[in-house]
Design a binder for this molecule. Sequence first.
Ligand SMILES: Cc1cc2nc3c(=O)[nH]c(=O)nc-3n(C[C@H](O)[C@H](O)[C@H](O)COP(=O)(O)OP(=O)(O)OC[C@H]3O[C@@H](n4cnc5c(N)ncnc54)[C@H](O)[C@@H]3O)c2cc1C
Length: 452
Amino acid sequence: MENHLHDGRRLNAPHYKVAIIGAGFCGTMVAVNLAQMAPDMPIALIERNADVGPGLAYGTPDPDHLLNVRGGNMGAFAGQADHFWKWLSKHPGTGATPNSFVQRRVYAQYLKEILAEARAAHSGVQVLNRHIVDIRRTNERFEIVAKDGQTIIADFVVLALGNFPPDRLSNDAEVIDPYAPATWKQLSEPGDILIVGTGLTSLDLVVTLSRTKKDGIIRLLSRRGLLPREHTAPGSHTLKWQPPHPKTVVGLLRAIRKEIATHPDVPWQNIIDSFRTPTQLIWQSLDQTEKRRFLRHLRPYWDSHRHRCAPEIMEFYRTLERDGRMRLHAGSIIAQTRGGQGWKVTWHPRGKKSDETFFVRQIVRCTGPQNDFRKLPDELVQNLLKSGLIAPDPLALGISTNLSFQATDATGKNVSNLYTLGTVLRGRLYESVAVPELREQAKAIAEQIAAA
Ligand SMILES: Cc1cc2nc3c(=O)[nH]c(=O)nc-3n(C[C@H](O)[C@H](O)[C@H](O)COP(=O)(O)OP(=O)(O)OC[C@H]3O[C@@H](n4cnc5c(N)ncnc54)[C@H](O)[C@@H]3O)c2cc1C
C-alpha cells in the first residue's frame, strides 16, 4: 500500500490502523481486546523477541518460578478475574486450585493460547518480529522504524514496552540478565556470588540456584536488606475508608497501622490487599512533595509488603539459609574491584560506622527495573524523548500520560493517538504493575481506539 508523508515523500510501507510495540502481557492483551472489539481492524503486534506473549515476566523456563498472584485472580480479561483459572481447569493434571501460585511458564502458555485464538477468529492481527528503534510523526500518522530499516505506517501507536533492565554500577562487574539460562550456568560455578537487590527477581534467582549451585555462599545485598513478605492463607478484608483520604504520607501510614490494629483477627496481608482498589486514587490525591517523600522513605517497605511471594518460594530461601549457604546483608556497595579470581566488594553495612569487604566470583544485578527514561540506554526511548513524542514522568517513574493512558508531551499537551500502559504509568498511578491493574488498562485503551 502506498502512503504519503507530510513532506510529500512517497513511502511504500505497509499501513496498519494500530501498531502495538511490545508483545508481553500488555501489548498482547491490547491486541486481543481490540481484535474482539473491531474484528477487521489491521493491527500490527510488534515484538523484538521470538517469543510472543509472555514478555519478561512469564518468559522464564524454570518450573519453580511461580506467579506471585493467586491463579484465581490472574485472568487476562478485565472483569473476568477467574478466566485463567477456568482455562487451567480445562488442563487436568496441574493440581492447581484458584488459590495456588501457578508456574509462570504455564501462564505464558495461557497468554499464547489467548493470542492464537484471537488471531484465528480475527484475521486483522498480524505479529511482526522486529526491534523498533524510532517512531516519527508524519502528519496524522506514525512512521515506525525497525532496527533492520524496515518501516510501517500506523494511525495509532500503543507503547507496551514493559520492564527495562536496572542501571549498571560504574564498571562491568555484573552479570545483567537474571533470567538467562546462561546466567544461571555461570552463577552455578563453584565459589561465592553476590546478588545485588533483594526483591522478587532476586528470589527467583535464589530458587534456581538452590538447585543448580552446589558450592559457595549466595550473598544477597540491598540498602535495607528487605525481602518480599510471603502470602498468607487466602482471605479478604473490606476496607471502609471513604474519601477524602489522608493527604500526607505520615497520615496514610498512621491510618494503615490503625486499620491493622483495630482488626487484630485479620492477617495484615489481607488488610494491605484491601488497599488495592483505592491505591491509585490515594496516590493521585497526594501532592508532588508527598509523593517524593513516599518514594524516598516508604517505597521499599510498601513494595515488600504489597508485592509478596508464594510461600513455596520463601521455603527455598529458608532451606539455603538453614544450610548456611545464604547470607542477607543490609548496606550499600562502596566499590567493587577485581581481586583474586573474582571481585573484591567494599560495602557499608547499614547503621555501622566502618566499611567491610568480601570476595565473590560473580556479581549479578537484580535491583529492579530502571524507570527513569532519561537514563535508559534504549534507542527507541531516546529517540522518542528527543522528538518530544513522549516526556519523562515528573517523578522519573516512566512516561508522562493523562488519565486515559494517552502520552502527554513536555508541556503537558496530549499527543494524539499515542497510548501507553504498564509499569511506565507508575508516576501517574503508582500501582500499575500486576495483571489485575494491567488487564483494565489494556481494555480501556482498546475501547478508545475502537471507538475512534
Ligand atoms: C519477573 C517478573 C515476574 C512477574 N510476575 C508477576 C505475577 O506473577 N503476577 C502479576 O500480576 N504480575 C507479575 N509481574 C508484573 C508484570 O510487570 C506484569 O504482570 C506484566 O507481565 C507486564 O507486561 P508488559 O507487557 O508491560 O511488560 P513485559 O513483560 O516486559 O513485555 C514488554 C515486551 O516489549 C518488548 N519490547 C520492548 N521494547 C521493544 C522494542 N523497541 N521493539 C520491540 N519490542 C519491544 C519486550 O521484548 C517485551 O517482550 C511480574 C514482573 C516481572 C518482571
